[in-house]
Design a protein around this ligand. Sequence first.
Ligand code: ADP
Ligand code: MG
Length: 330
Amino acid sequence: MASEFELIKKYLARQPLQRPDVILGIGDDGAILDIPADERLVVTLDTLVAGVHFLDSDDPYDIGYKALAVNLSDLAAMGAQPRWVTLALTLPTGNAQWLEQFCTGLFELAALFNVQLVGGDMTRGPLTISLQAHGTVPPGLELRRSGAQPDDWIVVTGTPGDAGLALALACGQVTVPPAGSSDHQQALRQRLTRPTPRVLEGLTLRGQASAAIDISDGLAQDLGHILESSRVGATVWVDELPRSSAFAACIVAAGLDDETAIQTILTGGDDYELCFCIAPAHWETLRAFVATWECRCTIIGRVEAAPNVRWRYRDGQTYVLSRGGYDHFC
Ligand code: ADP
Ligand code: MG
């Protein structure tokens, strides 16, 4: 079995990417980083625990990828430019093959967003991954949860609900006949295992969106955080909620009704899409940019002064939301 130092040297210190703002990276007692004088540091941390956030048997590539993706998603929701990450790894054994694949997944996503691993810690114990991401944003341009105003549009990126449905399929809570929908199931599974952090979208929203959050615990719950922080309420039009073709196909194949589909979109976790509020005038300016985004972007509702959320069909009928957010277990 490889020693801790061998593992660090062989796998973690081997990231090809070298940012010029890393004065000193892995190998000393601490990293030294150059922060632009006119920007502020944004720091976020997420922990993934085996058996809770993923299964021991999951592909280590996916675990590495997702550990970084969920952190970059938090930076995206702040409008921050990602720069560096630190990693605390607790491993049951010094399993070199596991670590190699984990690093491959982690470094692949890190390369896409030009993020460098600059340090961390290794301990022995039940498999746990804590990753801290560091980004920067000019003062005043950050996206907070607290700025939503009455009459702002409420917008989501991508198609929330895909990951929640993938998880329900993986857990056997939802079943589909074997024939026909395997491509769609695969597409949904990809959204669960390799979410795309909306970093570029978050950067575009700087100074434009009035509030933003990333959707980790379900759209209903996370929108609730924005509204509570901003001391406002909202109406959301449930038949405007975007659905991917894979989602729609699996809902049909599983024989689920429309209400259950809406509930999955609103309460399924793990999407890592952005939900943001934006004044109509700013939305008009931004629309041309948004059209060039790789992900779709959909207005789903409107901020109102009266507290709480009113879930409505476009014809005015009320939709009753029966469950809260994803509770971290199948
Ligand atoms: P110390 O004992 O001084 O805390 P370590 O021996 O734990 O230092 O770590 C040696 C170097 O390896 C440090 O630069 C540390 O940041 C880095 N390192 C340790 N574990 C990890 C990890 N999981 N990911 C990235 N870098 C790591
Ligand atoms: Mg030391």
